[in-house]
Every structure is written in structure tokens, then in C-alpha cells.
Design a protein around this ligand. Structure first.
Ligand code: HPA
Length: 269
């Protein structure tokens, strides 16, 4: 049996007749949204057969199933990154598992560096498109034709209708929501100033170490995707400061409150 089928079977039996429709993945410093989920069932990743393990500081490493903004959600509090040494194709497992337990929509969040001085730390950016600069792809390997095509279209990877909806909700809440292109840098080292200049030239607006592989896998299995970056810092060399994961977590916490409001109101809409 495939790992994601094992995982989905286990979760199905854990959650009984709960039917999560929306999957949410919370990035660095954004875990607090999972704390306000109602009637939660907590399932540590380590308990789920077939699931990878998460090691990053600031990530809890569990799935939270429950109600948020009147919707049944499955929320990943902590995610998997290729820079942890996890094989890119392993990132198929959590996303396909979420799809198998009923989630047709995926909302991705992340902490990211800004490539635009006007979009400073604490800003939120709706991802409209991405650049995969990692050199790897989670769909490399044998294709399962029952899940999706060998050559996945990525023309409208971030669902325009979902994005419009999030934008409308942000307007209603007076939240300044930037829009832009996210570039996936493999990490775990932060970028050099020269790399940041290159990414700006390439047309990217924010840089981070996640999200893109999850979007690719989700589109391949037919999920609709929306994604929001919480900007924690200006890209390397743009501010004179050096970068640290601690800063990422601190600034993530500040933007987290606004992001939580936005996500809950969006789910209610
Ligand atoms: N670069 C890559 N990933 C990040 C950054 C950054 O500047 N900030 C938060 N995540």
C-alpha cells in the first residue's frame, strides 16, 4: 500500500465521521492559529503510519482536525522541508493524505523574506505565482496516473477565485494584503545578497524555503490552492542586518495575529 493511503486510512479511523474540507499548513511562527481550532483532535505526525517526521524548531509537528470559522479543517501545525534531508517525493505524502481524507482546498502559509523595500517585516503577501529555484521537484519519479498527469499544468497554480475571495475579505478587515511572486530557495542557508539581487531581477517579490513543493503536489492531485506569506525580514543585504531563524519566529508572531484574523474571516465567508 502507498504511504499516503496508510496515513489516510489511519486518520480516517481516528477522526470517524468528521469531514475536513479545507487543509491549512502553518509556517514558522504561525502555529497559533491551530490553538483556536474548536473541538480539536490532535494527531502527532510521529503517530501517523507512513508520515514523515518534522524537526524544525518552532514547528509543533502535529495535525489538528477541528472547526475554524464554521468550516471543518485539517491543519498541519508544522511542515516538512527538503532542507531537512527529506527526499522531495516524500512531500507527496502529507498533501495526498489531506486530499484522501476529503480536503479539496489547501491554504498554505509561510514565513518569507521580502524582495521589495515597500513590503517590510510584518506585511502579508498573497502568492499569485511562484518560481521554483530549488532545482528539485516533488513529482520526480514514477507517476501515479490515477492521481494526476505526468506533466502537470502550473498555469493557474494559485486559484484565482480563492485569491479573489481572500483579497475581498482582507479589504473588509482593512488588512493591507500585498500580492506577488514567491521564489522557492532550497535553504537551509539564507540567501546571499547577490542571490537576493538575482531574485529581484527575476521578478520575485518574496523568498522562502517551503510552499512551492506543496503547491505542485496539491495541483497534481486536483486540489485548489491559495497561499499567503508572512514577511519576517527584508532579503539578505537589503537592510544591513544579518538574518536569523529567531528573527523569523519573532516577526512571524507579529504578523500571525493579522493572518489568523484573515484566515478565520475567509473561512467564515
Ligand atoms: N529567506 C528564505 N527563507 C526565509 C526568509 C529569507 O529571507 N525569511 C523567512 N524565511
Amino acid at each position: 500500500m502507498k504511504a499516503y493511503q496508510l496515513s489516510a486510512d489511519y486518520l480516517q479511523q481516528k477522526i470517524g465521521d468528521r469531514k475536513p474540507e479545507v487543509a491549512i499548513i502553518l509556517g514558522s511562527g504561525l502555529g497559533s492559529l491551530a490553538e483556536v481550532i474548536q473541538d480539536p483532535i490532535y494527531i502527532p505526525y510521529g503517530e501517523i503510519p507512513g508520515f514523515p517526521k518534522s524537526s524544525v524548531h518552532g514547528h509543533k509537528g502535529r495535525l489538528v482536525i477541528g472547526r475554524l470559522g464554521n468550516k471543518e479543517v485539517a491543519c498541519m501545525q508544522g511542515r516538512f522541508h527538503v532542507y531537512e534531508g527529506i527526499a522531495p517525493e516524500t512531500l507527496q505524502i502529507p498533501i495526498r493524505t489531506l486530499k484522501l481524507i476529503g480536503c479539496d482546498t489547501l491554504l498554505l502559509t509561510n514565513a518569507a523574506g521580502s524582495l521589495n523595500e515597500d513590503m517590510g517585516p510584518g506585511s502579508l503577501m498573497l502568492i499569485e505565482d511562484h518560481i521554483n529555484f530549488s532545482g528539485v521537484n516533488p513529482l520526480v519519479g514514477e507517476n501515479d496516473d490515477s492521481i494526476g498527469p505526468r506533466f502537470q499544468d502550473m498555469t493557474r497554480a494559485y486559484d484565482p477565485e480563492l485569491s479573489d475571495g481572500i483579497n475581498e475579505v482582507a479589504k473588509g478587515l482593512n488588512i493591507n494584503l500585498f500580492k506577488g511572486v514567491y521564489v522557492w530557495a532550497l535553504g537551509p542557508s539564507f540567501e546571499t545578497p547577490a542571490e537576493i539581487r538575482m531574485f529581484r531581477t527575476l521578478g520575485a517579490d518574496a523568498v522562502g524555503m517551503s510552499t512551492v513543493p506543496e503547491t505542485i503536489v496539491a495541483r497534481h492531485c486536483g486540489m485548489k490552492v491559495a497561499a499567503i506569506s508572512s514577511i519576517t525580514n527584508l532579503g539578505a543585504g537589503m537592510s544591513g542586518n544579518s538574518l536569523s531563524h529567531e528573527e523569523t519566529l519573532d516577526e512571524g508572531q507579529k504578523a500571525a495575529a493579522e493572518l489568523s484574523k484573515l484566515v478565520i474571516a475567509w473561512l467564515e465567508s
